[in-house]
Each structure stands twice: as structure tokens, then as C-alpha cells.
Design a protein around this ligand. Structure first.
Ligand code: GLN
Length: 536
């Protein structure tokens, strides 16, 4: 094992250039060379975590095994590297300040003035080193959220400056920028990159490697120019051109020698010949499908690319494994009504009702469940989607017309989805749901058992409400079976309708565990089922 090396990824010129994908790609390359790697994200906003952020603000909230509600980049890290992340892998300004202020109140700094430097920067440093000092990783790759020059990211960049100074050769900084193409001039322009590197240098940080997001190839000339103006070697100007799948980025970065340059800069001897055969085979299958299907994703944030990121990525993983192109058609649940079901939902090979919170669009989700159930269309309900399936069954099969979840209708006479006992007295919203991995025991005589191929599974949760066991017997008798139960507290985690070709609702989020190299069994089974002809 080498001494831990620290790699920082900053961004300039524009947001959304894909720092997370670059950080994840580099991690996957180092891992493919036999090193142990972890990815971390530092977010400059003041929320303690993104759990209370609406997807319009920040895309999906990703949940780790230990129940941390985190930035969606952690999902990329896990999907690219197969390395589990945890609370320690995502730190926000809010969390840093909260911890420093708690220490101040405790009297840890008695007599001293508490300041951004050193108290806040030390706290940030501790959070970065916590991963390095765990002794588990050769490389800690820390992505700094936001764009260089933002007021909010100053303390993070200052921490990078201090760490780079202290660590010398054990630290490199990668700066991701954007090279716009001016079509009137027919040229790629490097000036914004020069300015963003200057902004970084004003804060005392000289990047070692500049990664240039571009829609056109970088000529030698452009690379040399960036090198000259930004004090980096020409070989350390890396082209990051647009690709058709994010999963091509590791291969592109390898072709551009990003991993080689990073190892050279860190003085780490290249350990193994890199083995990218699994990635290549994944990409081959992804690009050579021999069938295609369309899944309707019914949710209320469907206009947002990132709101259901882990779900759409899980379909890519499962689809590639089965060489089936999965088109995910977003269907806004607010637009679904009794009168337009056929128009909205016919012709789909499968219907997934998405996770979510609150009342908006709920009746459309319930109608989509009904349509899938009555027309034998493969159905997967995730979290709120499972709860909608339970409500629909209670209304249309058990005959309880007013059945609902108490989240939506607190006074319903038939609360088939109820608040968990331990949630009743919780007043704070942040970080208080049932979060993270819980065990689940599967009923042997079920589809879900065939899918997982084992009796005891563990999946990640993020919810406050649950199946109301008072109704369990009635559901079972009427044909909706509870086929996955939490062995510790008897909560129903999975329901299934055995008389339907594929109708499964899960209270947990399988999508958080699907990775490129380990597609999730439930998504595989759903895609397979959706590939069968529908028998109406
Ligand atoms: N709103 C529901 C609950 O809290 C479902 C949550 C979800 O879909 N993640 O139980």
C-alpha cells in the first residue's frame, strides 16, 4: 500500500461540466489498475445535507448504506467504482459550520476567536483526512462543488491550498473547464479557461492538470496555448469531448492519459497493466442492443433530467447486460386522468411509478398503477410507487374507495399506508426518515425470491410511511402478497401480485445499488419481463 494520495477536482467557467463524472472516471481507472480509491464531494451550500432540497434545486438525493442523504454525484461514484460511499463522503458547508459552532458552544476554543482560517478550514481538512487516515485507500479523490470564484467555495479552495502546500508530491489538483467554440470565428476559445485558472491562482492554487470540456477536438496549438498561459505541461491539458454515454468517459480519459499523468505527478509507479475489459464489454453491449423496449416512468419531476438519476442509470446497466435498449419515457403524473389513460400509457412495455413526496400528481400515479395491473403490463413501484400500488389495490380490489396514505390524507378512514410508530413524535424534517440499509427476508414461494436468488437481502430506504399491517390479511386474501418482510420489526417491504405477469412494489430503493459491473437483479428482471409480449 502506498501512502494516501489526495486528488482534488475543481471546476471553472461554467457549472454542470461533469466534475462528478471526471472524478468517478479517474477513480474507476485507478481501481482498474489495482489501487483502492474513494471519492468525496464537498458541497458549498449551507444546507446540512441535500435531504431537504427539492429535486428542482439539486436533482436526486442519493442515499448511502449508512443512511446519509447525499449529493447525486455519490451515485456516480458508486456506479463507476463499485465502492460504497458513506456519510463521510459528502460534506456541506452547513455541516462544517454546524460542527465548528457545536465545538465553540462546548468550549473547545475557549478564549479564542473562531475564524474561517483556521477553524473552518481545519474542520474541512479533518473531513478530507478522515477518509485518508482510515487506512483503506491509496487515493482520496475530493470534488469541490460549485465553480471557482463562487463566494461560497472560498474556504474549500483555501483548504486545497493548505493541503497542497503541506502534502507536496502527495497531492494533485485537476481543474475542469469549458472551451467554447465561437462559430462566427470558427475557433475554440481558451480565454475563459485562462481566467478561471487565474481565479484559482488568486486563491493560491496552481492546478496540475487541466481537463477541457469541449464540443470540438483540441488541436496541439490550443493545448500548447492553455499550457503556456496556465503553467501546466502540455501533456497535462486533457481533452474531454462530448460522448454519447457517460460510461465512455473512463475510456476517453485513459486514451487522453489522465490516469498516467496523475500517477506520474504523484510519483506513484504504475502498479498493474490496466484492465478495462469489463468496461469495454459493457460499452459494447450498450451500443449493440438486439432488442428495444419502452418503460413509462411516472413521476412528478419528469421534466428534470437528474430527478430520477439512479433509476435511469439502473435501466442503462440492466439494459446493457441484456443487450436491450431501454427507452425511458417520462410521464408527468399530473397529466394522467381517467379520460386519457390509453393515450398516455398504451404501448408501453412496462410502467415504473417513481418515489416521491406529497400530494401533487398522486392520483395520476394511482391511475397508472391501475392501468398496469388491469392490462397485465409489467409494473415496478418504488417507495411512493409501492405505496400507490397498495392504495390502488385497497380502493379497486378491496373496495375501500377512500383508502389512502396518511401522508396525503391524514384523516382517511382506511389508512393502508400509515406513519411509522417511531416517526410520530418527530418534529424535525432533516435526516429523520427511515434511512439507509435494512435487512429484508423474502418469501420463498415468490417471484422476488427467484429474482434475488436468496432469502435475506439488504436494501436502502428513504421514507416515513409504511404498509399498515392491520390490513395485511385482507390484502393477502385478495391476491396482493407481502413477499418481503423486515425480520426485525415485521414491516412489509415488498408486495407482489402473483396472478399478474410482473407486478412488484418495493418500499426500498433498489436503484441506489445498481452499478455498471453489478446491474441490480430487480431491474434486470423488470427489463426481462418488459421484453415479453404483453398478454392482455
Ligand atoms: N413519501 C413517502 C414516505 O415518506 C415515500 C418516500 C419515497 O418515495 N422515497 O414514506
Amino acid at each position: 500500500m502506498i501512502s494516501t494520495k489526495y486528488i482534488f477536482v475543481t471546476g471553472g467557467v461554467a457549472s454542470s461540466l461533469g466534475k462528478g463524472i471526471i472524478a468517478a472516471s479517474l477513480a474507476s481507472l485507478l481501481k482498474a489498475r489495482g489501487y483502492s480509491v474513494t471519492n468525496q464531494k464537498l458541497d458549498p451550500y449551507i444546507n446540512i445535507d441535500p435531504g431537504t432540497l427539492n429535486p428542482y434545486e439539486h436533482g436526486e438525493c442519493y442515499v448511502t448504506e449508512d443512511g446519509a442523504e447525499t449529493d447525486l454525484d455519490l451515485g456516480h461514484y458508486e456506479r463507476f467504482t463499485n465502492v460504497r460511499t458513506s456519510q463521510a463522503n459528502n460534506v456541506t458547508t452547513g455541516r462544517i459550520y454546524q460542527s465548528v459552532i457545536d465545538k465553540e458552544r462546548r468550549g473547545d476554543f475557549l478564549g479564542g476567536t473562531v475564524q474561517v482560517i483556521p477553524h473552518i478550514t481545519n474542520e474541512i481538512k479533518d473531513r478530507i483526512k478522515l477518509l485518508g487516515n482510515s487506512g483503506q485507500y491509496d487515493f482520496v479523490i475530493t470534488e469541490i462543488g460549485g465553480t471557482v470564484g463562487d463566494i461560497e467555495s472560498y474556504p474549500f479552495i483555501e483548504t486545497v491550498r493548505q493541503m497542497k502546500w503541506a502534502l507536496g508530491n502527495d497531492c494533485v489538483v485537476l481543474h475542469l473547464t469549458y472551451i467554447p467554440f465561437l462559430s462566427a470565428a470558427g475557433e475554440l476559445k481558451t480565454k475563459p479557461t485562462q481566467h478561471s485558472v487565474h481565479a484559482l491562482m488568486q486563491q493560491g492554487v496552481q492546478p496540475d492538470i487541466i481537463i477541457c470540456r469541449t464540443e470540438h477536438p483540441l488541436s496541439r496549438n490550443v493545448r500548447d496555448k492553455i499550457a503556456l498561459f496556465c503553467n501546466v505541461e502540455s501533456d497535462c491539458v486533457i481533452e474531454d469531448s462530448d460522448v454519447s454515454s457517460i460510461y465512455e468517459v473512463p475510456l476517453r480519459m485513459h486514451q487522453e492519459k489522465l490516469d498516467t499523468q496523475v500517477l506520474r505527478k504523484l510519483d506513484v509507479p504504475a502498479k498493474n497493466e490496466i484492465d478495462l475489459s469489463q468496461w469495454e464489454s459493457f460499452l459494447y453491449k450498450l451500443k449493440h442492443p438486439n432488442s428495444e423496449i419502452t418503460i413509462g416512468l411516472v413521476g412528478k419531476y419528469v421534466e428534470l433530467q437528474d430527478a430520477y438519476k439512479s433509476i435511469t442509470e439502473s435501466f442503462i446497466h440492466a439494459g446493457a447486460a441484456l443487450q436491450c435498449k431501454v427507452h425511458v419515457k417520462s410521464i408527468h403524473s399530473e397529466t394522467i386522468t381517467d379520460d386519457n389513460l390509453d393515450e398516455k400509457l398504451s404501448g408501453l412495455n412496462g410502467i415504473l411509478v417513481a418515489p416521491g413526496f406529497g400530494n401533487r400528481g398522486i392520483e395520476g400515479k394511482i391511475l397508472a398503477v391501475k392501468y398496469a395491473r388491469e392490462n397485465n403490463i409489467p409494473f415496478l413501484g418504488i417507495c411512493l410507487g409501492m405505496q400507490c400500488a397498495v392504495v390502488e389495490f385497497a380502493r379497486d380490489v378491496l373496495g375501500y374507495a377512500d383508502a389512502h396514505s396518511v401522508e396525503i390524507a391524514p384523516a382517511t378512514k382506511h389508512p393502508v399506508i400509515d406513519i411509522m410508530e417511531e416517526q410520530k413524535n418527530i418534529a424535525k424534517m432533516g435526516g429523520t426518515m427511515r434511512l439507509g440499509a435494512y435487512p429484508c427476508k423474502l418469501e420463498k414461494n415468490s417471484k422476488i425470491f427467484q429474482i434475488y436468488g436468496k432469502e435475506l437481502i439488504s436494501e436502502r430506504h428513504r421514507h416515513r410511511y409504511e404498509f399498515n399491517n392491520k390490513y395485511l390479511e385482507q390484502f393477502q386474501k385478495a391476491g396482493m402478497k407481502a413477499v418481503g418482510i423486515n425480520p426485525d420489526n415485521n414491516l412489509v417491504e415488498i408486495v407482489e401480485i402473483p396472478s399478474h405477469p410482473f407486478f412488484i412494489g418495493v418500499q426500498f430503493h433498489p436503484e441506489y445499488k445498481s452499478t455498471v459491473l453489478n446491474p441490480h437483479p430487480l431491474f434486470l428482471a423488470f427489463v426481462k419481463a418488459a421484453s415479453m409480449p404483453v398478454n392482455k
